[in-house]
Ligand binder design. Structure first.
Ligand code: NAP
Length: 282
């Protein structure tokens, strides 16, 4: 018998339905949540993500503004735009699609967003509050991972959670969130000495590496829960995760597919943060 397939599309849609109720309540008070998305340059993946974010706003009735700027846009112009959006009462969330072209200082751009509109949760103030266990906006992908666990009745408390990857947008924050929920957390990365020995101890394994099918069935314990954050495009155009889904789906207790796992949750959590911002600050 195979493990449970954690359906991110379904869980994401259920959450979006709940958000519709909160948006209706806001609208009854004359408030419409608003998200501004800034895209600089023409990175094809970024364009796709921005389009998906716009569509999600449309389908939920969230007001959105898109600023598609050329790759040559001077940094000061983007800083000016953010300054204006920081003060714009229609806008509750500001998202700068990363990566930015090389002449940008990403840290400076992120720090220029007022923390109460930083719905990506990347501003150092929000990162610090996350560490302190009192996050205002949790970063979207890690928050999506936690929602998948909660919706699947998987409680991290007391479990061995192993996170492979230590990036600021996925690995580190998801490790902090698992710790907050009382897991015993191990964080692995490219210098980890014996990765398989670490991953085999995982009751909950989070893969956020960016290497197609790197985590194989022999690296997971029977009955583990596996959350695959990876999105990798193969030469034939297909998308695969960081774990060998087919190879291990019969060995594990639960696993997320790619696509259809973490991906749909990320955008849902962005919508949730925008609604939260409108509820708190408008
Ligand atoms: P990243 O910044 O490139 O970080 C990758 C991490 O994996 C690093 O910490 C790196 O270690 C570690 N790593 C690389 N090779 C390794 C190896 N052989 N053994 C152990 N660890 C290794 O990537 P990211 O931004 O966190 O993203 C990770 C993946 O998630 C990517 O596939 C990305 O596309 C995907 N992603 C998906 C979503 C979504 O919505 N579904 C959102 C964000 C990202 P070092 O730190 O030592 O270099």
């Amino acid at each position: 018998m195979g493990g449970m397939i954690i359906d991110g599309t379904k869980i994401g849609n259920e959450l979006r339905e709940k958000l519709k109720g909160r948006i209706a309540t806001l609208k009854a008070r004359g408030k419409v949540p608003g998200l501004a998305v800034i895209l600089v340059g023409d990175n094809p993946a970024s364009k796709v993500y921005v389009r998906m974010k716009e569509k999600a706003c449309e389908s939920l009735g969230i007001y959105s503004e898109k600023y598609a700027l050329s790759a040559q846009t001077p940094q000061d112009e983007v800083l000016e735009l953010i300054k204006r959006l920081n003060q714009d009462e229609k806008i509750h969330g500001i998202l700068v699609q990363l990566p930015l072209p090389d002449h940008f200082n990403e840290e400076l751009i992120i720090e220029s967003i007022i923390p109460t509109k930083d719905v990506d949760g990347f501003h150092p103030i929000n990162v610090g509050n996350l560490m302190l266990g009192k996050a205002l906006f949790q970063p979207c992908t890690p928050a999506g991972v936690m929602e998948l666990l909660h919706s699947s009745q998987i409680d991290p408390k007391g479990k061995n959670a192993v996170v492979v990857g230590r990036s600021n947008i996925v690995g580190k924050p998801v490790a902090v969130m698992l710790l907050q929920e009382h897991a015993t957390v191990t964080i692995c990365h490219s210098r980890t000495r014996s990765l398989a020995d670490e991953t085999r101890r995982a009751d909950i394994l989070i893969a956020a590496i960016g290497k197609p099918k790197m985590i194989t069935a022999d690296m997971v314990k029977e009955g583990a829960v596996v959350i695959d954050v990876g999105v990798n495009r193969l030469p034939d155009g297909s998308l695969v995760g960081d774990v060998d889904f087919e190879g291990m789906k019969d060995k594990v207790a639960a696993i997320t597919p790619v696509p259809g796992g973490v991906g749909p949750m990320t955008i849902t959590m962005l919508m949730a943060n925008t609604v939260k911002s409108a509820e708190l600050f408008s």
